[in-house]
Write a protein that binds this ligand. Sequence first.
Ligand code: SAM
Length: 329
Amino acid sequence: MSETFLEDNFGRRIDYLRLSVTDRCDLRCSYCLPKGFRDFGEPDHWLNFEEMTRVVQAFTELGVQRVRLTGGEPLVRRDLPLLAGQLAQLPGLTDLSLSSNCTRMDKLAGPLYEAGVRRLNVSLDSLREEVFARVTGGGKLHKVLRGIEAAQQAGFAPIRINTVAMRGVNDQEIETLLDFCAARGFTLRLIETMPVGSTGRDALEDFVDLQTVKRRLEQRFTLTPDVQPGGGPARYYRVAGSDTRIGLITPLSQHFCDTCNRVRLNAEGTLHLCLGQEHNYPLRDVLRRGAGVEDLKDHLRTAITLKPQRHEFREKPSQVVRFMAMTGG
Ligand code: SAM
């Protein structure tokens, strides 16, 4: 096996890695982690920064140019800017980004930007303090807003706000969220709830089909299809008369597996080949046995052949037992 890039059995080129640096989170979003959940992995089991950097180097030498730090909440992992700095220096890595709930961003925005992180996705499901607290199991909206402001001041761009649409919770707030984004130059991305873990499945009770939201928004805004670099799962639209874009992530109502270009490495070193399936390849023991980059590249080439064609969220909604925070959503 000597390919210099990663291609799966369905001809999809893998050029994007989501790297989960911890499964811990300081919020308990209703669709993600159960209330009061504490059954996290042991820190001893987490990959250390050297191990993460070694495996990311192997990925970059196989053509992966883009890495997103995620979790859990990545900002709860101590010294995250150190890791970001190491990754940013890898030749071949052109895009280092972060997904965060921004509760701790006011202190970390500067160091993370200086380390080389540029793009930021923020989870934000409501701009109403009490709704935000209810959805997140006690989160403080004002802290998040302060964090977002700090990120913008530090220079992060683009900033995208990720909102899981929930019937009767925030589905009537989408126009307000869009106005919030328009005023700040952010992109709003709406996400359909996925049946990941028991929490995700329970949350399907409030499922919102984003095709219906799009039709509603079109009554107030003119939306023209827009292409965003990166080839991610969202379908983007430009909101006429502004610089704002809205993205719809519709794993259920319109899946996008044919163009899937990503894999996920969780904090314990397990490579997940699909968010909606259990296919995985454990790398931690390989790393701890001291595998070098060339060895790791062989493992990655083998792992990629396990990537399934598509998720089965609709056909088999009970299939994925792990919570989103355990995979690195
Ligand atoms: N803590 C970081 C954050 O808040 O962005 C990164 C991890 S979080 C698991 C990543 C994204 O997954 C968030 O936007 C969250 O809303 C989303 N998410 C979690 N569980 C989900 C589910 N069951 N369905 C859809 N999105 C989900």
